[in-house]
Design a protein around this ligand. Structure first.
Ligand code: ATP
Ligand code: MG
Length: 655
């Protein structure tokens, strides 16, 4: 096995404490791109070295580590057998079923080979797609690793999606085989998967030949003869399976993952192999400060990009144990995650602001009941992290809370604090600075010009080529890929994030929301995020969504939907009115009267995607009396119903 000398150098550099300044590190990643990434590439093993670090002939379609042969599963599992075979690799905890089980790298290696042997026996080959529709159980990770082991392309579909969302992904990815389970569990309730899967296959025009069923014994189901296979029986027949890794080209697709669908029809993000492995391995050290032998706990789901990058691949590539958790943050109580931290000596944790907001409504004593001394930091990503939530969370657990900003498309952070390179203070409200490899620019939306002076609002864009690990294309649709991401400034290879941001004089960025969240009130362009920040700093507020609603007079007005820390505060109409006034006054004082929402309404929950992202698009449609469209990614339909009901009452439409 070949390793390149570069990483050895950068490692020993760190050991002798000659850490480069982050500014130098970043500059090198842009100005000396190829030598920089050649060094990082030594963090993984190559079966055949690459001929070229980056073939950026077309910067929108770069080929990272061209000519190199490698394998994600080899790097995540097999290579660790040499030094850490008996170290924990996968720690599974389910607060739903009470099951807790740890697999060492050796045991994980055996399970993945058994799984790969089952796939091969069904004729799954290199380049074939396998759709994984699974709850958060270890077999889901085995399935992912088994796929990349044999060069098959997995497409994990979040287990909370119903048949319609699933069938459209089946048609798009065209899998030869589906891996699923009888059921998942959520908040103590069994959610049967099989009927949803059967219905999805019924709805889809593409029919997968085989369905591999993991039977957890949670609910009875009827196998379809000739199509459905029983995982336990198939596994039992292959206990000693030896399935070597298929060495694939660095550019070979490892997986397809659909974006959350917050803004529209989900896009099938296609990821490569070599670039992704290098990017993740590097990010574990430079951004998340996790060492081999340590333990990483990401509370996400394998159905999302955080689950792919930082439950399965990132930690394992780095020789770090990973915790896979099935359950809610609040069951049996809000201490459950912190009990896991104590018990498994978790060093680094990764979650989402939405979870922090959920915990904010619970007894804070739960967060300090356990010994958190192993924990270095809690990273949060996925949604804007408002200052009050960040401060509250950090004080509640007594640990740094570190924001980072990225997208399904990029697979790893665009903006972060690279504490593993050079520690830097966080600034609340900012996910940090441009991450090495990302040539981040701010673009004036109307002129297409670059904004260079500090504190000016622009669209966050990245000068192509994107660094390793980002999307190669939209699966099966290069045209949609180019049209969607690379066409905002004609004649320039600029990747658009569709998020607004500003950069301060020190290079810290602040995200101001999505470009389609900007509202226009009587000629003033306002970011809904800014109004939300202001409202959420009110002591009574747990969570808020602000959206622009069409208004005959002003073009648009802002509507605010607020979840209170204590619902009783607005139980009486008179109290609600008073609180509405107080919140409006606060916005007036902080942002000016122009930003004041026309209405503030109190709800018990907000409509979100299953990944915890606000569904502003759907809320806005309901407020404007339009059809909210595709709601298959929505978590709890009750949330949208509340808004509908509120609007049905007198005085509900915006002024
Ligand atoms: P779709 O693209 O299908 O509409 P989506 O954008 O919600 O879905 P994701 O890729 O899961 O799908 O989310 C990425 C987006 O989440 C970012 O573009 C940004 O709007 C938001 N986001 C992620 N991290 C942060 C953060 N730290 N601060 C602010 N916003 C964030
Ligand atoms: Mg998006």
């Amino acid at each position: 096995m070949l390793t390149l000398p570069g990483a050895i150098k950068s490692q020993s550099q760190q050991e002798t404490n000659q850490m480069p300044s982050y500014t130098d590190f970043y500059r090198r990643s842009i100005d000396e791109r190829d030598s920089f990434w050649a060094e990082q590439a030594a963090l993984i093993e190559w079966q055949r070295p690459f001929d070229q670090v980056c073939d950026a002939t077309d910067p929108r379609f770069p080929k990272w580590f061209a000519g190199g042969l490698t394998n994600l599963c080899h790097n995540a599992v097999d290579r660790h057998l040499r030094e850490r075979a008996d170290q924990a690799a996968l720690i599974f905890v389910s607060s739903e079923t009470g099951v807790e089980k740890t697999w060492s790298f050796r045991e994980l290696h055996a399970e993945v080979q058994r799984f790969a042997a089952i796939l091969k026996a069904q004729g799954v080959g290199c380049g074939d797609r396998v759709l994984i529709y699974m709850p958060m159980i270890a077999e889901a990770a085995f399935a992912m690793l088994a796929c990349v082991r044999i060069g098959a392309i997995h497409s994990v579909v979040f287990g909370g999606f119903a048949s319609h969302a699933l069938s459209s992904r089946i048609d798009d990815a065209q899998p030869v085989l589906v891996v699923s389970a009888d059921a998942g569990m959520r908040g103590g309730k069994v959610v049967a998967y099989k009927p949803l899967l059967d219905e999805a296959i019924e709805l889809a025009s593409h029919k997968p030949a085989k369905v591999l069923m993991v039977d957890r014994g949670l609910v009875d189901f009827a196998p379809v003869p000739g199509r459905d296979l029983d995982f336990a029986a198939e596994r039992a027949a292959r206990m000693d399976a030896v399935v070597p890794c298929e060495w694939v080209d660095s550019a070979h697709p490892s997986y397809i993952l659909y974006t959350s669908g917050t803004t529209g029809r989900p896009k099938g993000v296609q990821r490569d192999t070599g670039g992704y492995a290098v990017a993740l391995a590097a990010s574990m050290r430079h951004i998340y400060m996790a060492q081999p032998g340590e333990t990483f706990f990401s509370t996400s789901d394998i159905g999302w990009v955080v689950g792919h990058s930082y439950i399965v691949y990132g930690p394992l590539l780095n020789g770090t144990a990973t915790v896979m958790y099935e359950g809610l943050p609040t069951r049996p109580d809000a201490a459950v995650w912190w009990r896991i931290v104590e018990q498994y000596k978790v060093n680094v944790m990764f979650s989402a602001p939405t979870a922090a907001r959920v915990l904010k409504k619970q007894d804070p004593a739960c967060l300090t009941r356990h010994d958190l001394s192993s924990l270095k930091a809690l990273f949060l990503a996925g949604e804007p992290l408002d200052e009050p939530t960040a401060t509250w969370m950090s004080e509640a657990i007594g640990k740094p809370v570190i924001d980072n900003y990225w997208q399904t498309e990029t697979g790893w952070p665009i903006l972060a604090i690279c504490n593993g390179v050079e520690p830097a203070p966080t600034r609340y409200g900012s996910p940090g600075m441009a991450v090495y490899g990302f040539d981040v620019r701010l673009i004036d939306e109307t002129s297409g010009e670059e904004i260079t002076e500090p504190n000016h609002k622009g669209v966050i864009a990245v000068q192509g080529p994107l660094p390793p690990g980002c999307l190669q294309t939209v699966w099966g649709d290069d045209e949609r890929y180019v049209k969607t991401y690379w066409s905002s400034v004609p004649g320039r290879a600029l990747y658009s994030s569709f998020d607004w941001g500003v950069r301060d004089a020190d290079g810290y960025y602040f995200i101001l929301g999505r470009t389609d969240d900007v509202i226009n009130v009587a000629g003033h362009r306002l970011g809904t995020r800014e109004i939300e920040e202001s409202i959420s700093s009110h002591a009574a507020v747990a969570e808020v969504a602000v959206l622009g609603v069409a208004d005959a007079l002003k073009g648009q007005v802002a509507m605010a939907f607020v979840v209170l820390k204590d619902a009783a505060l607005a139980a009486e109409p008179a109290d609600a009115l008073k609180l509405e006034g107080a919140i409006m006054k606060q916005v007036d004082e902080q942002l000016g009267a122009v930003a004041r929402p026309a209405r503030v309404r109190f709800v018990s929950l907000l409509p979100k995607t299953r990944s915890g992202k606000l569904l502003r698009r759907a809320m806005q449609a309901v407020c404007e009396g339009r059809d909210p469209g595709d709601l298959t990614t929505m978590d709890d339909p009750g949330a949208l119903q509340q808004i509908k009901d509120l609007l049905g009452g007198p005085d509900a439409r915006p002024a």
